[in-house]
Write a protein that binds this ligand. Structure first.
Ligand code: ARG
Length: 459
């Protein structure tokens, strides 16, 4: 007999039962569901809606069911449709008919909303902790490699040299924004929906504030229709998750490029790579590739939920049951990705040998030659053209800007003096970018200090 079976005279079609049931995936909410029910039952008792004795029986029963769930001793059933009715059935098995009083002044519609808010609160905190772990690894590597200079790229063409630390810290700041977005999302998750009933509220004199306080929420939904149909906080979570995955995917791509023999800037620890069944020499960056690949499913979940919500009339519709799998899968995608990345970055080896003479043949110091002229009164546009011709000349001679004899410089512009060669050194080039936010040593040190402050700021 179904909990809602009163007005039915025929059994549910088996296929319908399977199709509409959510227990396969919402069993993940079991502990939150019971936690919410405990707060609800206590409130029903203290407001006198049920007797204190009944409340005590229900609470004791719920604690026992909770212990069973935690120990993996329960068997969920498809026929009981979802986690809410499975828990109620388990409670009934323990304490008998008084279990039927738990659902007073409540609907599964506000109940499932509560469960998801409780679940998301923990999930967001876990994601934020994962972000902090990765940020910490980035800061440590930046600190350890302050002296390492790598080519910086635009259009994936050599542009200007940058400190490796600067490059790594760029990801720190992306992740800092991600952290802030999840913080925002947590604020709008911090709302207690119970009391909305199915859609219109309840006739019982419940105490919503008590439930809110007991469950540690800061706010109540002020509209019962909104309370049962709001999934904005889930969309926000998926949107924040999508951006986070975009960042991880970009970092993945760079690590994949950088570990290739063509770049050869870094090597990943063996622990974070896999081999080939055929080619004995292979060491593949599978983790980074998978994170890059899994980004698509998170984007998909965001678009999926937005599409579910579009055009839904108020208030609850069964479509809303489709909010869960995508969110759960996103959490399951994010948490290991963050943990793996933290380990992969922390154990990254920088190939100083390969980076030593990486600038010997490139022109990534060309801007500095133009800047040299500009700071000696030559209009920058003109300086740009002069240096362009010098680059062409160097290519023709098969050398670099440093390899051109001084006569060539003199012939190109009378503003050149022999000290031009000092301006060509990659370390000089980098440190000349002393502007706040630039890649010069002191600027990067300042940046590192700020990054550390952010990490310490969490307390
Ligand atoms: N399993 C449902 C869900 O996830 C719970 C709410 C069901 N409410 C209802 N009236 N059928 O959305």
């Amino acid at each position: 007999m179904k909990l809602w079976g009163g007005r039915f005279t025929e059994d549910t079609d088996k296929l319908v039962e399977d199709y509409t049931s959510s227990i396969r995936f919402d069993q993940r909410l079991a502990e939150y569901d019971i936690q919410g029910s405990i707060a609800h039952a206590r409130m029903l008792g203290s407001t006198g809606i049920i007797t204190l004795e009944e409340a005590a029986q229900i609470l004791e029963g719920l604690e026992a069911v909770l212990a069973d769930v935690k120990a993996g001793r329960v068997q969920f059933r498809i026929e009981d449709e979802d986690i809410h009715m499975n828990v109620e059935r388990l409670l009934h098995e323990r304490i008998g008919p008084v279990a039927g009083k738990l659902h007073t002044a409540r609907s599964r519609n506000d109940q499932v909303a509560l469960d998801m808010h409780l679940y998301m609160r923990d999930a967001i905190a876990a994601v934020q902790a994962g972000i902090r772990e990765l940020q910490t690894a980035l800061v440590q590597q930046a600190q350890a490699h302050l002296d390492v200079i790598i080519p910086g790229y635009t259009h994936l063409q050599r542009a200007q040299p940058v400190r490796l630390a600067h490059h790594l810290l760029a990801y720190f700041w992306m992740l800092e924004r991600d952290h802030a977005r999840f913080h925002d999302c947590a604020r709008r998750t911090d709302m207690m929906p119970l009391g909305a009933g199915a859609l219109a509220g309840t006739t019982f004199p419940i105490d919503r504030e008590q439930v809110m306080r007991e469950l540690g929420f800061g706010h109540l939904y002020e509209n019962s229709l909104d309370a049962v149909s709001d999934r904005d906080y889930l969309v926000e979570f998926l949107a924040a998750a999508s951006l986070l995955m975009a960042h991880l995917s970009r970092l993945s791509e760079e690590l994949i490029l950088w570990t290739s023999e063509e770049f050869g800037f870094v090597e990943l620890a063996d622990a974070y790579c896999t081999g080939s069944s055929m080619m004995p020499q292979k060491k593949n960056p599978d983790v980074a590739e998978l994170v890059r690949g899994k980004t698509g499913r998170v984007y998909g979940h965001l678009l999926g939920l937005l599409t579910v919500l579009k055009g839904l009339p108020l208030a609850y519709n069964k479509d809303l049951q489709e909010d869960k799998e995508g969110v759960f899968d996103t959490v399951d995608t994010l948490l290991p990705a963050l943990r793996l990345f933290a380990g992969m970055v922390a154990t990254l080896k920088v190939r100083r040998d390969r980076l030593q003479d990486v600038f010997a043949r490139d022109f990534s110091n060309a801007t500095d030659v133009a800047d040299y002229l500009a700071s000696r009164g030559v209009p920058f546009r003109e300086a740009h053209a002069v240096v362009g011709r010098l680059v062409l000349e160097a290519i023709r001679r098969g050398t670099s800007l440093a390899g051109l004899p001084f006569e060539v410089y003199q012939a190109a512009s009378p503003a050149f003096a022999p000290d031009i060669y000092e301006a060509l050194d990659p370390v000089r080039v980098v440190d000349a970018r002393a502007v706040r936010g630039g890649t010069g040593r002191q600027a990067v040190e300042q940046q590192l200090a700020l990054a550390r402050e952010r990490l310490a700021g969490d307390g």
